[in-house]
Structure formats: structure tokens, C-alpha cells
Design a protein around this ligand. Structure first.
Ligand SMILES: Nc1ncnc2c1ncn2[C@@H]1O[C@H](COP(=O)(O)OP(=O)(O)OP(=O)(O)O)[C@@H](O)[C@H]1O
Length: 254
């Protein structure tokens, strides 16, 4: 199958430090990939390079065959390369329904005006409730964000990303800060993401990684040291070494 998303030889130096070392990753429609690695491996830097928040020293990013390396992050979003929003960008006095419908209107370049037409409004509301349903948020559609649990706020971030109609969705630690008792809800929501959407997830919660991912890519010191099946990753000698090294150095690991 042809790649919907192709990163080739992406490299980023900070002074003499190579933080992203010629990373290549290719994704087809419907892929479910987890990007893991010890603390400081370069995962966040990689996502920032891919989204256009950071300029690479060399290498390229292609989306649906188009080279987007020279485009800024908004231009990439418009073409379908979307990263989940951060909870800090939610408005606590607004409802999930308002957040998602406004994101759809923004995508359509119609911020607010479409509410003038009944047909237009109905379409926006149908799409809003489809997306909220996918993420299990329908019952909370009209609650204030300040009243809903943190795990559900994180699901709303993903809802906002879906409202932008992504081809490729980058999820930055969707379970971070979520109590263990609520991670099942995140897992169920991720299972219901559109089947043809390509999803790359950075996550430290290994249970979630193993349940979600069909493929795991491991970064260590900016380099891809493993790209393969979840069943093989735990037995890979380089991966074990990278994690053991990070335990020894930092006392913790992803
Ligand atoms: N702007 C910068 N200038 C210099 N060094 C940087 C900069 N940004 C990141 N680094 C370094 O790049 C390395 C990778 O950092 P990055 O945050 O991408 O790792 P990470 O895998 O996301 O880590 P974590 O899992 O802890 O979030 C680290 O050594 C970090 O100190």
C-alpha cells in the first residue's frame, strides 16, 4: 500500500547535539503505530519536526505524496497532518459540543456564519455528535469542561483533532496524567477512531501501547533502533539495552 505519511532521513541538531538522527518512518492508511523510547530519546522533538513547529536540519516529510517540509504547521494541518490539542488549550467555561462545533466551523473557514443557516447548522451538529460519539463523550456534550474528568478532557483534545478531518493523527501521550482507573476509557475511544486514519501515538503507558499499536517504533538517542511488531519489541536486545541504560542513568524510563 502506498504511504500516506513518509518521513525520510529527518535530522535535527542543537549545536553539536544530534537530537533527531536521520529518522525515517513510513505509514499507510489505517496504521496504528506507537513511538516509544526512554526519556530524552527525542520523541517530542520528532513530533515538533513533523508538525512544522521546529525546522529540521535536513530530511523531508511527505503527506499523501506531497512534500510538506517547507510548509508551516497551519498549512500542514489544512492538508491533514494533525496533532491532538493540549488540555491547556481547552476553555473551561465552554462545553464539548461548543468546542467541537467551533473547530468544524473553523475548518470550513466559516467561523460562526454557518449558524445563520438551518441546514448548515444541522450538518455541523451531526458531525459534532458523530465525533463526540466516537470518543464516548455524548453524555457530556453540554457539560462545562471544568466539570468533566481529566481523562475526558484528554478525549476532548482528540475530538478537536478529529474535527479537523486528519489523514494522519499524532497523539502526544493521550493517557498522561490520567488516573489508571480511567485509561480503559481512553483505550476504548482509541479503538473507535476511523479505520482509515493513520495514527502515530507517543505514550509511556506500556499497557496502552501494547493494546493499541500494531507496530512499535523505538527511538533511543535520536535514532530508530527498532521498527516492528509489539510481540518482538520486548525481546529485542538493543531495546532492552536502551531502556536498561536509561534506568541506570535516570532511574526511570518510558
Ligand atoms: N531547544 C533545544 N535545545 C537544546 N537541546 C534540546 C532542545 N530541545 C530538546 N533538546 C534535547 O534533545 C533531547 C531530546 O529531547 P525530547 O524532549 O525530544 O525527548 P523525549 O523523548 O520527548 O523525552 P521525554 O520522554 O522525557 O519527554 C534531550 O536531550 C533534550 O535535552
Amino acid at each position: 500500500m502506498s504511504a500516506i505519511f513518509e518521513v525520510q532521513q529527518l535530522r535535527r541538531n542543537f549545536g553539536g547535539l544530534v537530537v533527531t538522527n536521520d529518522v525515517s518512518i513510513s505509514m499507510a492508511k489505517g496504521d496504528r503505530i506507537a513511538l516509544i523510547g526512554p526519556n530524552g530519546a527525542g520523541k517530542t522533538t520528532f513530533v515538533n519536526l513533523v508538525t512544522g513547529n521546529l525546522k529540521p536540519s535536513s530530511g523531508s516529510v511527505k503527506l499523501a505524496g506531497e512534500d510538506v517540509t517547507a510548509l508551516n504547521s497551519m498549512q500542514r494541518v489544512r492538508r491533514g497532518l494533525v496533532r491532538s490539542f493540549q488540555v491547556t488549550r481547552l476553555f473551561y467555561d465552554m462545553t464539548p459540543e461548543e468546542h467541537v462545533s467551533l473547530a468544524i466551523l473553523q475548518r470550513e473557514g466559516k467561523s460562526g456564519r454557518m449558524f445563520g443557516s438551518h441546514a448548515g447548522m444541522r450538518e455541523v451538529m451531526e458531525e459534532t455528535y458523530d465525533i463526540l460519539g466516537t470518543l464516548g463523550l455524548t453524555a457530556l456534550a453540554q457539560s462545562r469542561v471544568s466539570e468533566i474528568a481529566y481523562g475526558q478532557q484528554r478525549l476532548l483534545e482528540i475530538a478537536l483533532a478529529l474535527a479537523l478531518k486528519p489523514k494522519v493523527l499524532l497523539l502526544d501521550e493521550p493517557a498522561a496524567g490520567v488516573p489508571q482507573s480511567d485509561t480503559g476509557r481512553i483505550e476504548q475511544a482509541l479503538e473507535k477512531l476511523p479505520a482509515d486514519l493513520a495514527v502515530l501515538m507517543i505514550e509511556h503507558d506500556m499497557d496502552l501501547v501494547f493494546r493499541f499499536a500494531k507496530r512499535v517504533v523505538v527511538l533511543a538517542a535520536g535514532t530508530v533502533i527498532f521498527d516492528g511488531s509489539p510481540s518482538d519489541v520486548t525481546n529485542d536486545a538493543r531495546v532492552r539495552e536502551a531502556y536498561l541504560g536509561s534506568y541506570a542513568n535516570a532511574g526511570s524510563a518510558a
